[in-house]
Design a protein around this ligand. Structure first.
Ligand SMILES: *[C@@H]1O[C@H](CO)[C@@H](O)[C@H](O)[C@H]1NC(C)=O
Ligand SMILES: *[C@@H]1O[C@H](CO)[C@@H](O)[C@H](O)[C@H]1NC(C)=O
Ligand SMILES: *[C@@H]1O[C@H](CO)[C@@H](O)[C@H](O)[C@H]1NC(C)=O
Ligand SMILES: *[C@@H]1O[C@H](CO)[C@@H](O)[C@H](O)[C@H]1NC(C)=O
Ligand SMILES: *[C@@H]1O[C@H](CO)[C@@H](O)[C@H](O)[C@H]1NC(C)=O
Length: 419
């Protein structure tokens, strides 16, 4: 019997008590010692590293608008772009506005400044990471993240090349610093396979076209043999766990030890089981010296209907803090409640592990204005998919995710973390 099966089964979704906000706050509380200023309108072109000796929570704060025109961190020619998120190329209306807001974490004051501003010096970061590799594993929201990361890093090494190592879906190599960044597409993290329904069987499920078999205890082929290659790993899974991806005619059916779990699990119970079993796999199989992060859910901003009901996100400004609960609090049962619902289960699954939670949800909840919306780079995309109020424009919000991830990696290195 494998050691990771000894943990008690997770509490079913229905029995989870509301997580105390303080637990989340503790997990999210992050001390940032080194922040690199950039982006700020009054700063020179080259970022100035500033030491911040303050303990602060980078996941809490506010968006501050700069009056100056934004300086994009990278342009539309970055070879790592994915067309549908390349909002400058797709002439997304308001792309300048989107990039004129800066996330200012609260209580992160710096010497001679009222407020700390996150920023990122790509060359300095790459120098610190010399000879090391960074992997992202998960769904398209992690892909959105990695594209921002690759394009940001490229500003520190113009010789960056596309590469697909270790079964990665996309990635880049930075030759000046011998750094590889890879993205492994694994939407559920666990292995899953399509199995068509058997015609001969008259089971009564006449609508059933087949099932997606999910082996909750087996990582998907995309990353199972990649983990030892990386010194830093960033995991996520989330927005595939819904009935629009897996309706009742083609449901997810969960297997453990090669056998179907009976009685069959609902989506959220399956999500919990997969989370706990993937977390245990990571704890067991990924080397201890590897820095591990799990990023929280990216919120959606469909307004006036879901993605397939003409939902839209043509907002000109970020939401106000007092609007967020109406949009996202599960008790309000809005169409975008998914992020907070899944986050609670993610927080639970990470308790007591050495995987660091990267809380990107709250700061992203404000940014209803920052999705590609109808500017998708393809004429027919809108009629097929509706507006994209799920992924994010690049350059844009995910660049702030990059700042936070980079600051955390540097912080761990400064603490003597040997990668
Ligand atoms: C885009 O950025 C690169 C640097 O990353 C620069 O060399 C290039 O000239 C820029 N192109 C345009 C059209 O601004
Ligand atoms: C580049 O980094 C890898 C580790 O990722 C190492 O094995 C290799 O020797 C390095 N190559 C050079 C030329 O430094
Ligand atoms: C159909 O039958 C095959 C062979 O017995 C089996 O492996 C597969 O899981 C069945 N499909 C479904 C949807 O039950
Ligand atoms: C992973 O590595 C094992 C052992 O080398 C090998 O048997 C297996 O086929 C590999 N799996 C994939 C998906 O590459
Ligand atoms: C979406 O908008 C189109 C065009 O206005 C309309 O024909 C269609 O019925 C709408 N769909 C829904 C689900 O509201």
């Amino acid at each position: 019997m494998s050691p990771w099966k000894k943990k008690p089964a997770p509490t079913p979704v229905c029995c989870i008590r509301p997580i105390l906000p303080c637990i989340a706050a503790t997990l999210m509380c992050i001390s940032v010692f080194f922040l690199f200023l950039q982006h700020s309108p009054h700063l020179p072109h080259h970022p100035v590293p500033v030491t911040i000796q303050a303990s602060c929570d980078v996941s809490r704060g506010k968006w501050v608008r700069s009056e100056q025109p934004p300086r994009f961190r990278y342009n539309y020619t970055c070879p790592f772009h994915r067309n549908s998120w390349n909002c400058v190329k797709n002439r997304r209306k308001g792309i300048e506005e989107i990039n004129s807001w800066t996330w200012v974490p609260e209580g992160c004051g710096s010497v001679g400044r009222e407020e700390g501003i996150l920023g990122f010096d790509p060359a300095m970061f790459l120098r610190r990471m010399k000879g090391k590799n960074i992997g992202f594993i998960g769904d398209s929201l992690n892909e959105n993240f990695v594209v921002a990361f690759l394009c940001s890093l490229r500003e520190g090494d113009g010789g960056a090349k596309k590469t697909k190592r270790r079964n990665s879906w996309r990635g880049g190599y930075f030759p000046k610093f011998n750094v590889t960044v890879g993205y492994h597409r694994s939407v559920l993290l666990a292995k899953y396979q399509w199995q068509p329904a058997n015609e001969s069987k008259h089971s009564g499920d006449t609508d059933l076209k087949g099932i997606y078999r999910v082996d909750i205890d087996v990582p998907s082929d995309d990353w199972i043999n990649a983990t030892t290659f990386y010194d830093v790993l960033v995991f996520n899974t989330g927005h595939w766990w819904g009935f629009d991806k897996f309706p009742k005619e083609t449901p997810l059916v969960f297997f453990r030890d090669g056998k179907a779990i009976i009685p069959a699990l609902g989506l959220l119970n399956g999500f919990q089981l997969v989370l706990s079993s993937m977390v245990q796999y990571i704890e067991r199989e990924v080397p201890r010296k590897t820095m591990k992060f799990w990023r929280t859910q990216s919120p959606r901003h469909f307004h006036g209907g879901d993605w397939n009901q003409n939902g839209s996100c043509l907002f000109k400004k970020p939401l106000k803090e007092d609007q967020l609960d109406a949009w996202f609090e599960p008790a309000n049962n809005g169409i975008n409640k998914e992020a907070r619902v899944l986050n609670k289960l993610i927080w639970n699954a990470l308790q007591g592990t050495d995987i660091k939670l990267l809380d990107l949800t709250h700061l992203s909840e404000f940014r209803a204005d920052a999705h590609p919306a109808l500017w998708l780079g393809r004429e027919d995309a809108l009629s097929i998919w509706g507006q994209d109020c799920l992924h994010w424009c690049l350059p844009g919000l995910p660049d702030t995710w990059v700042d936070i991830l980079a600051a955390q990696i540097i912080q761990q290195l400064d603490k003597g973390f040997e990668v």
